[in-house]
Write a protein that binds this ligand. Structure first.
Ligand SMILES: [Zn+2]
Length: 254
């Protein structure tokens, strides 16, 4: 049984944890950019990208886990100064062939600056033909997600190249109607395994990817593994393969 964590921040996890996950079949990790502090300027953004893209690769090689980096300015990581330079780093790193996607980008409160930074980054991804991982918040989820979907349409980025992440049953139908991918985050404060099973089964696993979004917050690094076990136990083996492995391979072009 092999699986891919299609969105996480495991560069914040120690190597012993990663080596245990490898034993449980973790084949690859999509490492999305985020740090738990608002960067004071563009140099922090640059260093974060270098960490996620270059330093993390060396570390994951040591435990035999494939490394799929994503870079982007998270809505909670918009620097108060040096934004133009930070955006130029997004362009510079995203153009590298080893960088699989823009992310994690999105909206937290949905205010004007977040909208502007998201739009500018999506335009870069569109120009470079790279997929994008788009965050939706816990608070005010339906309203902010509606804003996200509207903005994605306005930018005209291909639906097949965008995953709307942290989907719950509250927004699943809206995301499905938009024709964009769904990210299911199995994590204590986001989705239980049971919730994720329900959504995966409702849409037969199509255009759905599971992730753990493991970070410094309460996380469950085996969430994707548990989801696969749970889907297998109800005989939904094909749905399981798609959601924990195959769909990530096709979305991120691995
Ligand atoms: Zn995340």
């Amino acid at each position: 049984m092999t699986w891919i964590d299609s969105h996480s921040h495991h560069y914040l996890s120690n190597l012993s944890v990663l080596s245990e996950l490898k034993e449980k079949g973790l084949e690859g990790i999509v490492s999305a950019s985020w740090i738990p502090v608002r960067p004071s300027g563009e140099t922090t953004i640059h260093d974060l990208f270098e960490w996620v893209v270059e330093v993390e690769k060396v570390r994951l090689d040591r435990v035999g886990i494939a490394h799929y980096p994503a870079i982007g300015i998270h809505p909670r990581c918009i620097p108060p100064q040096g934004l133009q330079a930070a955006l130029s780093y997004v362009e510079e790193f995203l153009a590298q062939p080893s960088v699989k996607a823009l992310g994690e980008v999105g909206l937290e409160t949905g205010d004007e600056i977040e909208m502007e930074v998201l739009e500018l980054q999506l335009r870069i991804a569109k120009r470079l033909d790279k997929p994008a991982i788009v965050h939706t918040p816990r608070k005010n989820k339906a309203v902010v997600t509606a804003k996200v979907l509207k903005l994605l349409d306005r930018v005209g980025i291909d639906p097949s190249l965008t995953v709307v992440d942290h989907v719950t049953s509250e927004i699943a139908d809206d995301v499905r109607r938009s024709g964009r991918w769904m990210g299911l985050t199995v994590q204590p404060a986001k989705l239980t395994v049971e919730d994720a099973v329900k959504i995966a089964m409702k849409y037969d696993g199509s255009m759905i990817m599971a992730n753990t979004d493991t970070s410094t917050e309460l996380s469950w690094p085996l969430g994707v593994y548990d989801l696969e076990q749970s889907l297998n136990s109800i005989g939904a083996k094909e749905v399981a393969r798609m959601v924990v492995y195959q769909n990530a391979r096709s979305f991120y072009r691995l």
